[in-house]
Design a protein around this ligand. Structure first.
Ligand code: 2AM
Ligand code: CA
Ligand code: CA
Ligand code: CA
Length: 251
């Protein structure tokens, strides 16, 4: 069943990527959610509707947690699909680049499937928590020490030293901020950044956490406590064997 679900997840995400690319030149309908810089477009909603419809008709017993609706299902309860239809909506609106479609599947809070499509580069990252692939090629990742690496950050947390992130950054070669959690996660998988620190909701990290787990990565709150998979939390995805070295900086 998990193989069927993994193939399903890859297919629906790829179809969503094709749909988005067909509509790249459209005039977008853009609405504000909580603030002028918290935006959603008609394409976020259309992609979400299309993927949720396919999940509900193919796996009617499963639950869904998706960014652009008001259903807030507890991820630790049963079989749950977690969808971010367009991750990096601001990049999508301003750049038409650096955005992703992300779909994950969890059973009783345990990540079983993670899929991230880097839409503009046509790269599909997928995995089951034990291995990960970029398109048809298995990913092999050798993680370097922090002092030889770059880290991905949320700019607000970085400049305010939230969680001690600014202090920690002095132990790295520098910071980068892309504006899409999904693209940050695929940059970890490509060996471009060592880890990622941000303030995220479950649909922002659910797929990424599954994809990087095979390489010894842990995804947890910045203070070291487990993620609640509800609401927004200051979190990090980092190599677990380097946790001791970074704990002195984080709070
Ligand atoms: P989104 O584009 O799907 O909303 C950088 O902004 C990253 O943080 C993006 O992956 C973005 O996902 C996510 N994010 C989560 N909550 C956000 C918020 N309230 N405002 C802006 N970005 C948010
Ligand atoms: Ca959003
Ligand atoms: Ca997101
Ligand atoms: Ca989104």
């Amino acid at each position: 069943m998990l193989n069927t679900k993994l193939e399903f997840a890859k297919t629906v995400v790829q179809k969503a990527g094709v749909f988005i690319k067909q509509h790249l030149s459209d005039d977008l309908e853009i609405s504000e959610k909580t603030h002028f810089d918290d935006l959603v477009t008609n394409l976020d909603r259309e992609v979400q509707d299309q993927i949720l419809t396919q999940i509900q008709s193919t796996f009617p017993g499963d639950s869904v947690l998706a960014e652009e609706n008001d259903v807030r299902h507890d991820i630790s309860d049963g079989n749950v699909w977690v969808l971010d239809p367009i991750d990096g909506t601001t990049n999508f609106i301003v750049q038409r680049d650096n955005f992703a479609v992300m779909l994950a599947y969890y059973e009783a809070g345990v990540g079983k499937i993670g899929v991230i499509l880097d839409v503009m580069n046509d790269n599909l990252y997928w995995g089951d928590g034990t291995s990960a692939y970029k398109n048809e090629t298995q990913i092999h990742l050798t993680v370097k020490p922090l002092r030889q690496s770059l880290i991905g950050v949320n700019t607000y947390m970085y400049r305010t030293n939230a969680g001690g992130l600014l202090d920690l950054s002095h132990e790295s070669l520098g910071v980068r901020a892309i504006g899409s959690a999904g693209i940050e996660y695929v940059n970890i998988l490509d060996g471009k950044i060592w880890g990622y620190f941000s303030n995220l909701s479950p649909w922002d990290y659910a797929a990424g956490a599954v994809l990087i787990a095979p390489f010894g990565y842990v995804t947890q709150q910045i203070d070291g406590s487990p993620l609640a998979f509800e609401g927004r939390q200051m979190m990090m995805s980092v190599p677990s064997d380097q946790l001791d070295k970074i704990k002195a900086y984080l709070k």
